[in-house]
Design a protein around this ligand. Structure first.
Ligand code: FAD
Length: 342
């Protein structure tokens, strides 16, 4: 069992696969930096893989003070058992007070294993993390500098703040794209602690014979302009209008869950709580009502334009510009106007 250690560092568990560093680790360093500065402790990144030394520098440039870099030839691809064993051992040895993982397929598999090994709590899919006070209602016990683990609950209808005062470290997974990617600062200096994970053959229950990465159909996170269609588009054939407007603007096509569930567009295009979180320069929401779960993924776009037949649709509450009208008339007019200008 881990004893409470309120002086420990803040850790981000970074991810790589087959030598490629995943963006989520860099994004989490921006929030990790904020938390570590608030607590007056160091920010460390943990990175495991077959060859990780070149990534350690990048992690430092993105905010880490130190990198715990574990190299082992069989850690090139993620495997639950050996990864969980190494991360749990590191936690027991170094006693961080906060450990953050990406809520990626890897993080969602790894974090619960590690949490159960070190007997810590874990809040999944956080959308924000803050440091704050907590008074236990029954005992009136006061806790300082706890990690507020903030996430939507009850289908996104409330935002819950979860604390974990008894079990340490405090652990959370954070959704990809929710934290801003920090700028690399090439002048940052940090410490790289290299170690050889002590793993035996029996720790590897699987042998990876071949690795075929799934190719994402769209990279919404990188798109500067997104045209997203919702249930109001009315059908798969009519979704052509969304693609046409997106093509005219050189934009990516996004969608609400209703459009994805109807089979009009692939799930990779879904924006929102259970889709991708985006921050484009321009987001055009077409026939999307603006449910809280959709807004969770797009409300930080720099400019939002909403096109909806219903003047009371909630999407107008977050839109900078609104067009009340039938999308079947509005979109062809927009495409015509764009084509006239180019
Ligand atoms: P609707 O709510 O049906 O809205 C359609 C809109 O189109 C209406 O506002 C209507 O006025 C307008 N319209 C209709 N015809 C026209 C026309 N001719 N011209 C112009 N406007 C028109 N949703 C997401 O999007 N992303 C998520 O990640 C997500 N995750 C979820 C997670 C959970 C746990 C739950 C419970 C729900 C989640 N949802 C998510 C679903 C969400 O609650 C809504 O059901 C969904 O966003 C509604 O999609 P929509 O706005 O396209 O459809």
């Amino acid at each position: 069992m881990i004893e409470a250690n309120r002086q420990g560092d803040v850790w981000v568990v970074a991810e790589q696969n087959d030598g490629e560093l995943h963006d989520v680790g860099l994004e989490l360093l921006s929030k990790g930096r904020e938390l570590a500065d608030r607590l007056g402790v160091r920010l460390a990144a943990v990175l495991l893989g077959a060859k990780v030394d070149s990534h350690a520098r990048r992690l430092i440039e993105h905010g880490a003070d130190r990198v715990l870099a574990g190299e082992h030839p069989d850690l090139a691809h993620y495997q639950t058992n050996p990864y969980a064993k190494v991360v749990a051992r590191l936690i027991e040895e170094h006693r961080p007070q906060i450990v953050i993982f990406g809520a990626t397929p890897v993080g969602r598999d790894l974090a619960p294993r590690v949490a159960s090994t070190v007997r810590a709590g874990l809040t999944a899919d956080c959308t924000d993390l803050e440091i704050g006070e907590h008074v236990e209602p029954g005992t009136k016990q006061r806790y300082h500098n706890l990690l507020y683990q903030i996430r939507p609950a009850f289908g996104g209808n409330i935002i819950a703040t979860i604390v974990n005062p008894e079990r340490w470290p405090q652990m959370a997974t954070v959704r990809e794209g929710v934290m801003r990617m920090p700028e690399a600062d090439r002048s940052r200096r940090g410490e790289v602690i290299e170690f050889k994970p002590d793993l035996a053959t029996e720790d590897f229950m699987l042998k990876v014979l071949e690795f075929k990465p799934a190719v994402r159909k769209v990279n919404l996170k990188a798109a500067r302009v997104i045209v997203a269609g919702g249930a109001g588009v009315g059908g798969k054939d009519n979704f052509r209008l969304i693609w046409d407007l997106a093509n005219a603007l050189g934009a990516a096509a996004g969608a609400s869950r209703a459009a994805v569930d109807s089979g009009w567009i692939d799930k990779d295009h879904q924006v929102g709580q259970t889709g991708t979180t985006v921050r484009p320069a321009l987001y055009i929401a077409v026939g999307i009502s603006g449910a809280v779960q959709h807004r969770a993924g797009m409300s930080e776009a720099k400019k939002i334009v909403a096109i909806n037949a219903d003047p009371h649709a909630p999407i107008f509450g977050v839109a900078h510009y609104g067009i009340v009208g039938d999308l079947n008339r509005v979109i062809p007019m927009m495409i015509g106007a764009i084509k006239k200008r180019v």
